[in-house]
Design a protein around this ligand. Structure first.
Ligand SMILES: [Zn+2]
Length: 195
């Protein structure tokens, strides 16, 4: 019999019996079958080993990263406490000097402090007004004004939303219809007609 793999002529006893083959015997000799099975087994084993190795390496890296992060957090909290204590102690021991420095700093930056405070106050007031005024009813009214805008016209803020001098509100009483041309020429200028 001839082996399909090694192409050698061998005795029938060198072949495994195989029911679904026409000759009743395998087309590959016993030795070739064994070699084939062994090599595929080794391949599987190797890939499995590689997989295990890879996951091991990954897990190790993960662990190391976690440990590093934990160490950093621990170090940070530790030094933070220490730093806070140090600054506290410094203020206690140098109360006069520190308060004098703070006062000087405030006097030097008074204007920017005031600016910041005014900005914050304005923001708070605006937010307060917005929450008070922008009820569902009001929003629906604004929507209606936009929906009913005639063709060739645009909805305009009488007092502009963004202007160097003023900031208008997005509320119905500050809205009017203007033709596209008028609206473009007005832009964000403040025009109030005495009526
Ligand atoms: Zn063979």
């Amino acid at each position: 019999m001839n082996c399909n793999k090694c192409t050698l002529d061998k005795d029938q006893s060198e072949f495994y019996k195989k029911k679904n083959c026409s000759t009743g015997y395998s087309k590959i000799c016993k030795l070739c079958v064994i070699i084939k099975v062994k090599s595929s087994y080794n391949k599987e084993k190797r890939s499995l080993y590689n997989k295990e190795q890879r996951t091991l390496v990954q897990n190790n890296e993960k662990l190391r990263n976690e440990r590093n992060l934990n160490n950093r957090i621990r170090y940070h909290t530790k030094t933070k406490k220490k730093h806070n204590e140090l600054t506290k102690r410094y203020y206690k021991n140098n109360k006069e000097k520190a308060s004098k420095l703070a006062k000087e700093y405030y006097l030097n930056n008074k204007k920017s402090y005031r600016n910041r405070d005014a900005k914050r106050r304005a923001k708070e007031i605006q937010a307060d007004l917005a929450s008070k005024w922008k009820s569902k009813e009001l929003m629906n009214k604004i929507k209606e004004i936009y929906l009913n805008c005639p063709d060739g016209f645009e909805v305009d803020h009488i007092i502009p939303l963004t202007n160097d001098m003023v900031c208008g509100l997005h509320v119905p009483c500050n809205l009017q219809y203007l033709s596209v041309y008028e609206n473009r020429s007005k832009s964000n200028k403040l025009e109030i007609n005495p009526c």
